[in-house]
Structure formats: structure tokens, C-alpha cells
Design a protein around this ligand. Structure first.
Ligand code: SF4
Ligand code: SF4
Length: 207
């Protein structure tokens, strides 16, 4: 079910906005705490990711350091072309390449993300380098809609049926990118008893 929000909530870089939500962000439950969970063997990293242009520039500022720990040449990190998309910070994104059937930035030995680890080691806020798509997982956004990540639509994770809603799992990230006002509206919406077995339709809680 799609719910129109009271207003458009703009991303902190002001280029994209959320104006509606898919209520399955409240009704699908999972384990949460993905950074410390090995249950789905990091399926969310196996397809690679979309790196928004702002994260891309910050990654490249630290490319030599990353290259020295990854041991994979910079030239092999990204697809050849950026895709123009006004919904991404910097108005375009580039896909990461795959390495051994996972995102090139996935560290198979430690089962973590090289970008996140670098930020931790350098004591940089990971939001500066880590793509917004990765920080918001298990949620994603498209066409101004905040919704479950595709892995949950495709039943590609093993923790569906846990105790935490997708929204509750990354509420702090939603607040970071779109502001506490959006979180306040989502908190009040989360108390509704949405029936997501129905066919998706436009529904406004304001009516
Ligand atoms: S999606 Fe679920 S199974 Fe996968 S890492 Fe996150 S909590 Fe664990
Ligand atoms: S950038 Fe990091 S978190 Fe994002 S898909 Fe790649 S390995 Fe996973």
C-alpha cells in the first residue's frame, strides 16, 4: 500500500525527495543489525551497488588507501559510465563492478565493506563515503517513494519474519538523510494497522 506523506521531505543534498512510502517498510519484519549478522551471507552486497556521485568523489579522494587494502586496481572498481538520475545525490550514479560474485568493495575474508572499514579506521563519518543506497538498506527509494529493498521483494534474505520492522532497523539513517520531521511522520504512520495483503493502491492517511 502506498501512502502519501504530508509534504515532500528533501534529502540533505536537496536534490531528491521522499513524498510517499510503501507501508511494507512497517509490516515486513527482519532481524536487523546487518553489520553484525551473517545469516544471509551478505546477499545485499552480491549484486554490487549504485554509487551516487557525491560518495564517488569522496571514495576517489581516498582511492590510494582503499586500493592498498583491497589489492584491486581502481580501474576495476566501477562500470565505465555514469547514469544521469536526478534522484541520486550529485544527480548521477555509477554501478560498482563485481569481484568473485560480490560488490568489488566487499571484503570476503572479513565479511564486511572495505569502504565502511576505511571510514572506521580513519574516524571519518561513513556517510561521507558509503553510498546512500547501502546506508539505507533494507530500505530503498525510487520515484520519491521509500520502500523495501529489492532483496526483500525477491525473498532473497533469510531473516524475513524477524522481530524488527525494516523501518525501525534504519530509522536513524532515514533521519540522517531526510530529517527528523520525516521520522516523526513515519513514527505516527507506523502505528496504523496496514494490510499489505491487498493490492497496492494510493491511500492518504490525511483523508
Ligand atoms: S538482511 Fe537480514 S539476514 Fe541479511 S544481514 Fe541483514 S539482518 Fe542479517
Ligand atoms: S559498497 Fe559496501 S555495503 Fe555497499 S554493496 Fe558494496 S560492499 Fe556492500
Amino acid at each position: 500500500m502506498l501512502v502519501l506523506l504530508d509534504k515532500k521531505y528533501y534529502h540533505l543534498y536537496n536534490e531528491m525527495a521522499i513524498s510517499q512510502i510503501d507501508t511494507r517498510i512497517f509490516t515486513i519484519k527482519y532481524n536487523g543489525f546487518c553489520m553484525s549478522c551473517n545469516l544471509c551471507t551478505d546477499n545485499c552486497c552480491k549484486y554490487g551497488t549504485k554509487v551516487d556521485n557525491i560518495s564517488f568523489k569522496n571514495i576517489m579522494k581516498n582511492a590510494k588507501l582503499l586500493e592498498s587494502v583491497m589489492k584491486i586496481p581502481q580501474k576495476d572498481w566501477f562500470a565505465n559510465e555514469f547514469i544521469a538520475d536526478e534522484h541520486y545525490p550529485g544527480s548521477k550514479y555509477v554501478r560498482t563492478n563485481l569481484n568473485e560474485q560480490s560488490c568489488v568493495f566487499f571484503n570476503k575474508k572479513k565479511e564486511n565493506c572495505y569502504i565502511h572499514e576505511l571510514c572506521f579506521n580513519l574516524q571519518i563519518d561513513y556517510h561521507e563515503l558509503k553510498p546512500v543506497v547501502c546506508c539505507l538498506f533494507p530500505l530503498e527509494f525510487s520515484h520519491e517513494t521509500l520502500k523495501p529493498a529489492i532483496e526483500f521483494e525477491d525473498d532473497d534474505v533469510r531473516c524475513i519474519g524477524g522481530t524488527l520492522s525494516l523501518y525501525d532497523g534504519v530509522k536513524d539513517e532515514v533521519a540522517y538523510y531526510f530529517g527528523t520531521e520525516l521520522v516523526e511522520e513515519l513514527n505516527s504512520l507506523s502505528k496504523y494497522d496496514f494490510d499489505d495483503t491487498k493490492i497496492i493502491s494510493i491511500y492518504s492517511h490525511k483523508n
